[in-house]
Design a protein. Structure first.
Length: 326
């Protein structure tokens, strides 16, 4: 008999505080085994109609079917309004409120993703062929921004490893790069030179295949809002938030360390690895503690190495100087 010992950061589902009325919906979904349509999860007639009008298996708004998992944290979840209203998504502007204000201009259906590089299956694939919307799960992760603020977010999605594995990357694929959608007509921020667009991020393949790396298509049980990276983003909870690329349109399997936007912009401040590390101060601010968004103006917590996920990821960096390889 296999008995799985919970990780130290996992709590029973009942102990996690979430969006108002969300726990009730989660219980309904869980009892339905996450196998029903959105209507079985108690969504409105309008939501059902929207889901039925969408591509097969991909609701375009409203509730998502999912199963709860053991990936939880001790901290209370950040209020939904803060998660969706306080964002860094420079494609829509540099103010924290700009994404919520302007991201509705972005078209997210239809959506396709181009697969390139060292893989047996390459080409352009519809989002519904990249993510299995019948196998969605919830994971409640910490999010730590390099600007020294943090959130706790209940994401809905699938393991990144499952997404990448289906394209059969070869042994030459030592890294994977993610490239974000760019449209100057829809994304007002890309009309400026804040960064060299389109936005690029990347991971080492063993990082991408780690159990914690996640592909999100929703949060708080609902379809991902545009300002949070709709319709598909990655979530890498042991790294600073800018490593979790949003609104992905291209995935490249490459041999050499790929170009990343913030490292290209300011290499002294932003490295390729970008692991949460309280011992390496950013040139402009300390990383020793963080402001907890949604918990009051003076709420702070000490920053944990790897954002509290050391047991799961520290082995990836054995022998590395994590100050030099920041």
């Amino acid at each position: 008999m296999l008995i799985r010992k919970p990780h130290r950061w996992q709590l029973p589902e009942r102990e996690v505080t979430a969006k108002a009325d969300f726990l009730n919906r989660r219980q309904i979904m869980a009892s339905a085994g996450a196998l029903g349509l959105a209507g079985l999860a108690g969504c409105s007639a309008a939501e059902e109609a929207t889901a039925q009008a969408s591509h097969t298996g991909r609701p375009l708004s409203g509730a998502l079917p999912f199963r709860p998992t053991e990936y939880n944290v001790a901290d209370e979840s950040t209020p939904y309004e803060a998660v969706t209203g306080y964002n860094n998504f420079y494609e829509f502007g540099t103010d924290k409120s700009d994404p919520a204000r302007y991201a509705s201009a972005m078209t997210t259906d239809p959506w396709s993703i181009e697969i390139e590089g060292h893989a047996a299956r390459t080409g352009t694939f519809a989002l519904e062929d990249v993510v299995d919307f019948s196998a969605l799960e919830e994971r409640i992760y910490r999010l730590r921004c390099v600007e020294a603020w943090s959130m706790v977010i209940p994401w809905i999605g699938v393991p990144l490893a499952d997404v990448l594995r289906q394209f059969e990357p070869t042994s030459d694929a030592r890294y994977v790069q993610f490239i974000t959608y760019q449209d100057a007509g829809e994304m007002r921020g890309t009309r400026t030179r804040v960064l060299d667009w389109p936005y690029r991020e990347g991971l080492r393949m063993d990082e991408a295949m780690n159990e914690l790396a996640f592909v999100a298509v929703g949060l708080y049980g609902e379809v991902l809002p545009n300002q949070n990276g709709a319709p598909i983003r990655i979530v890498v909870p042991w790294k600073y938030g800018y490593k979790s690329a949003k609104s992905i349109v291209k995935i490249r399997f490459v041999s050499d360390e790929p170009d990343t936007s913030w490292k290209r912009s300011a290499p002294r401040e932003y490295g390729f690895y970008s692991n949460v590390n309280p011992n390496r101060a950013h040139p402009r601010w300390s990383q020793a503690s963080e402001r907890v968004i949604g918990a009051g103006p003076f709420a702070r917590r000490d920053t944990e190495m790897f954002n509290g996920y050391s047991a799961e990821v520290a082995g990836l960096y054995a022998g590395m100087d994590l100050i030099e390889n920041h």
